[in-house]
Design a protein around this ligand. Sequence first.
Ligand code: GUN
Length: 289
Amino acid sequence: MSARLIDGHALAARLRAEIGERAARLAEQGHRPGLAVVLVGEDPASAVYVRNKVRACQEHGLHSVLEKYDATLSEAALLARIEALNADPDVHGILVQMPLPRHIDAHKVIAAIATHKDVDGFSVQSAGELASGLPGLRPCTPYGCMKLIESTGVPLRGRHAVVVGRSNTVGKPMALLLLQANATVTICHSATPDLGHFTRDADVVVAAVGRRNVVTADMVKRGAVIIDVGMNRNDEGKLCGDVDFAAVREALGPEGWLTPVPGGVGPMTVTMLLENTVQAALAQTADRR
Ligand code: GUN
């Protein structure tokens, strides 16, 4: 018997229905939640991501603004646009799609976004709030991973969670969210000499490296929960994660849980962006409702 799959599409659909209801209630009160998405340049993958984000807003009753700029846009001009969006009362969330062209300093751009509109949760202020245990907007992918883990019913308190990867966008905030949920957290990365030593002891593994087969069947404990954030291509060009899916699913046994790729973490990231936009709208309009 192999591990149960955590269905990201089904969970995303449930959460999105509820987000849509909250957005509709806010709209009735004259505060339709609004997201501004800023895309600079012609990166084809970014264009797809941005389209999906705008479409998700439209499908769930959120207002969305897509601002597309040529790759030659100056840093000063982008910063001026962000200032305008910060001041726009119809925009509750601002997302600047990464990567930006090389002549633009992404740190400076992220820092320019008002913290209460930072729906990506990428700013130093947002990261500091998370690290300090203060309320604030959480980065969408790790926030979605937490919802996937919660959906299994496996409690995190006192459990050993291993995060593989230490990026600012996934690994580090993931570890902090797990810590906030009272897990005992280990962060492993490219300089960890024996990854399996840690993952074999883990009740929960979040793999966020961006390389195939980082987690193999000999590296997991029976009954563990494995969340695969990876988005890679196999030799046949098919989408795959960081986890050796079929073999790990067997090794986990019937008590274990595993997210598929695609259909696990992917659908949750945009869902949590909608969630953050509604949360931002609620916070920004609290005194006017
Ligand atoms: N590029 C790839 N993923 C993301 C994301 O989640 N947010 C932003 N702003 N850019 C990205």
